[in-house]
Design a protein around this ligand. Structure first.
Ligand code: F6R
Length: 593
C-alpha cells in the first residue's frame, strides 16, 4: 500500500503534489518523492522519512508533477528506493502502488539489453520498459500502453515524460481515481489527496488507462475509448481519509478481505511457495510476542502442533528475557506487526545468544526486527493507523496457516482442501461484514456492562483471549479471556447478571463440553453471547444472543470469529463514546521494555 498522485494544470505542481501526498500518508510513510516537468527536463526529489515532517517544499517551476508516499514492499526504505523511478536517461519518471510480480524476470531481460537499474524496487522496470518502447519508435502514450502488456501483478501507476505535456496513468487491482478540476486534472490513490482542489471524481476500473493533457482527459480500456461516470464526493477531507468510515479501526476491519488476498498472493499460487529451509534440523518451536501478536502465536502453536506434530511453546516476549537454557535446536519465531516492539526484539536477541535460529513475522519492511532475525516473513496488511491491531492480526494468522500447511504431515489433497478454504476466507469475511448491523445491536447491549468474560476451548481459547483484549483496550470494559474449563476453578465467583459472557463455540471435539460450560454459566445468571457455526442450531436454544458465523474449516475459525469479535469491541466502544483509534494510555509501537 502506497499513495500516488499526478497533476497537470496551471498551479505550482510541486506544491500540489506535496499537499496531496500529505493527505495520503495514511497509506505509507517510510519515504516520499516528487517529480516535476520543467521546460524539457524532469526534476526529481526523493527522500527517506515522512512527508508530514516537511513544512516548506519547492522543487522547481512547472505545472505537471507526479508524487509518491511509500510503504515499502520490495527494497528497504531508502532515498534510492523511494519513488519516482526513472529510465536510464531521466526522461521518463514513474510512481507506482502495487506489486509487479514478474519484475525479476523483466529486470534481468532489460539488464541484458543494457538498461542500468539504480534501485531494488519492482517499480523501476516500468520506466525502463517505457524507454525501451519509445526507443523502438512508439510515442510516449503508446509506449506506456505497450508496457502494460508485459506487467503481471497489481498496479496503479502514473508516468511522466520530459518531452510531452501529458500524464499517462494505469490501474489494475490497485486503487486509482481521476479528479476533474477547471482546466486541471489529478490522478490519485484516494479521494482525500485531491479534495482540496475538486470534488468531481471518476473511480477508474481495473484495466483502465487514462491520458491527461492540460485541457482534456481520455480513458481507454482494451484499446478502446470508454466513458466513465463523473461522481460528486460529499465528504470532508477528514472523512475521506477514512474512506467514509467513522474511524480507522472500522476501515481497517473492512480491509480484511483484501489483506487476506494480498498476504495469500505473497506465499501461495497453485501451491504454497515458501522455502522452509529455516526448519531443517529443528526439534521445537518457541514463539515470542506481545499482546495481539502473542494471541496469534497461541493459534500458531495449535496449528503447528496439530498439522506438523512439532512441539511448540509460546512465551510473552517480556518474560523470555529471563530464559536461561540452551536453544541450539530450537526455532524461535518473533511475531510483531510493527517490527519495533522492544520486548520482542530483545527476546529474539536473547534467543540468538542461546543458539536458536530466528524467524520474524512482521508487517513493516525495513523495521528493526528485519535487521535482527535470520529469516523474515512479511504480512501484507498495509499500514495500520488504529492503535488496536485488527487487519494485521488476521494477516499474521494467514502467514501461520501458510507455514503450518507447508510443514504439514497431511496428504497433498488434504492440504489442497485447506488451501481452497483459505482462498474462500475473503468471501466469508465479507459475509460477516454484511452482518455488521446485527453485531452492532448486541455490542450496544454489552456496552452497558463494566465486566465481561470471554471463554473458549482448544482453538477457541486464544480467540477468546484476543476478543477480550480488543474489548478492554478500546471500550475500557474490564474483559477477561478464560479457557472455558477454568471458570469453575475461581472465576465463577464473578458470574451473575452483571457479568456477560462471550462464548466461542467451535464445531470440533470441544463442542459438547463447551455447550455444557455455557449451561453452567447460564445457571449462574450471566447473559451469554455465543459465536457459533451458521449450521449449528443447538447453542441458540439456551443463550441470550447468538452470532452465527459463516461456516469454514474449523481450523480457520480464528479468522472469522476474530473479525466478529473486533466488530463487537468496536461497536461497544463507539456506543460508550470512547476515542477508538487512540485508546487512552496506549501507543501503536511499544519501543520500551
Ligand atoms: C492490541 C495491540 C497490541 C500489540 C502489541 C504488540 O490491539 O495492538 O497488543 O499487539 O503491542 O505489537 P507488535 O505486534 O507491533 O509487536
Amino acid at each position: 500500500m502506497c499513495g500516488i498522485v499526478g497533476y497537470i494544470g496551471f498551479r505550482r505542481a510541486d506544491k500540489v503534489a506535496v499537499s496531496a501526498l500529505k493527505r495520503l500518508e495514511y497509506r505509507g510513510y517510510d519515504s516520499w518523492g516528487v517529480a516535476v516537468k520543467s521546460n524539457d527536463e524532469i526534476k526529481v526529489y526523493k527522500r527517506v522519512g515522512a512527508i508530514g515532517d516537511v513544512s516548506q517544499f519547492e522543487l522547481c517551476e512547472g505545472t505537471i508533477s507526479i508524487g509518491h508516499t511509500r510503504w515499502a514492499t520490495h527494497g528497504k526504505p531508502s532515498d534510492v528506493n523511494a519513488h519516482p523511478h526513472t529510465d536510464c536517461n531521466g526522461k521518463i519518471a514513474v510512481v507506482h502502488n502495487g506489486i509487479i510480480s514478474n519484475f525479476q524476470k523483466l529486470r534481468e531481460s532489460l539488464e541484458r539489453e543494457g538498461h542500468v537499474f539504480k534501485s531494488e524496487t519492482d517499480t523501476e522496470v516500468i520506466p525502463h520498459l517505457i524507454e525501451k518502447f519509445i526507443d523502438s519508435g512508439l510515442d510516449f502514450e503508446n509506449a506506456v500502453k505497450e508496457t502494460l502488456k508485459h506487467l503481471k501483478g497489481s498496479y496503479a501507476f502514473v508516468a511522466l515524460s520530459s518531452t510531452e505535456d501529458k500524464l499517462v496513468a494505469c490501474k489494475y487491482k490497485s486503487p486509482l481515481i481521476l479528479g476533474i478540476g477547471d482546466n486541471e486534472y489529478f490522478v490519485a490513490s484516494d479521494v482525500p489527496a485531491i479534495l482540496e482542489y475538486t470534488n468531481r471524481v471518476v473511480y477508474l476500473h481495473d484495466g483502465d488507462t487514462v491520458v491527461l493533457t492540460r485541457d482534456s482527459y481520455e480513458i481507454y480500456k482494451d484499446g478502446k475509448k470508454v466513458n466513465r461516470e463523473v461522481e460528486i464526493v460529499p465528504w470532508s477531507v477528514e472523512q475521506a481519509e477514512k474512506g467514509g468510515f467513522e474511524h480507522f479501526m472500522l476501515k481497517e476491519i473492512h480491509e480484511t478481505p483484501k489483506v487476506i488476498e494480498d498476504t495469500l498472493l505473497e506465499y501461495v499460487s497453485d501451491e504454497i511457495e515458501l522455502d522452509v529451509g529455516f526448519t531443517a534440523g529443528i526439534s521445537d518451536v518457541i514463539f515470542v510476542a506481545c499482546g495481539t501478536s502473542y494471541h496469534a502465536s497461541l493459534i500458531g502453536k495449535y496449528l503447528i502442533e496439530k498439522l506438523d506434530e512439532i512441539p511448540v511453546r509460546v512465551e510473552y516476549a517480556s518474560e523470555f528475557n529471563y530464559h536461561n537454557a540452551p536453544l541450539s535446536r530450537s526455532l524461535v519465531i518473533g511475531i510483531t506487526q510493527s517490527g519495533e516492539t522492544a520486548d520482542t526484539l530483545e527476546a529474539l536477541r536473547k534467543a540468538q545468544k542461546f543458539g536458536a535460529r530466528t524467524l520474524a513475522i512482521t508487517n513493516v519492511l525495513g523495521s528493526s526486527v528485519t535487521r535482527i532475525a535470520d529469516v523474515i516473513l512479511y504480512t501484507r496488511a498495509g499500514p495500520e493507523i488504529c492503535v488496536a491491531a485488527t487487519k494485521t492480526f488476521i494477516a499474521q494468522l494467514i502467514v501461520l496457516y501458510v507455514i503450518a500447511l507447508r510443514l504439514s504431515l497431511l496428504s497433498r489433497s488434504e492440504v489442497n482442501e485447506i488451501l481452497a478454504d483459505l482462498k474462500l476466507l475473503p468471501e466469508k469475511v465479507r459475509a460477516i461484514l454484511d452482518m455488521e448491523d446485527y453485531i452492532r445491536k448486541i455490542a450496544e447491549e454489552l456496552a452497558n456492562y463494566e465486566n465481561m468474560m470471554y471463554i473458549g476451548r482448544g482453538l477457541g481459547y486464544p480467540i477468546a483471549l484476543e476478543g477480550a483484549l480488543k474489548m478492554k483496550e478500546i471500550s475500557y470494559i474490564h474483559a477477561e479471556g478464560y479457557p472455558a474449563g477454568e471458570l469453575k476453578h475461581g472465576p465463577f465467583a464473578l458470574l451473575g447478571k452483571q457479568t456477560p459472557v462471550v462464548a466461542c463455540v467451535l464445531r470440533d471435539e470441544t463442542y459438547d463440553t463447551m455447550l455444557g460450560n455455557i449451561k453452567e454459566v447460564k445457571a449462574r445468571n450471566s447473559p451469554v453471547v455465543a459465536l457459533t457455526d451458521e449450521n449449528d442450531s443447538e447453542a441458540e436454544k439456551f443463550v441470550d444472543y447468538v452470532i452465527k458465523v459463516p461456516s469454514t474449516n474449523v481450523l480457520l475459525t480464528p479468522v472469522t470469529y476474530s473479525v466478529v469479535l473486533q466488530l463487537l469491541a468496536y461497536y461497544a466502544a463507539r456506543s460508550r463514546g470512547c476515542e477508538i483509534d487512540k485508546p487512552r494510555h496506549l501507543a501503536k509501537s511499544v519501543t520500551v521494555e
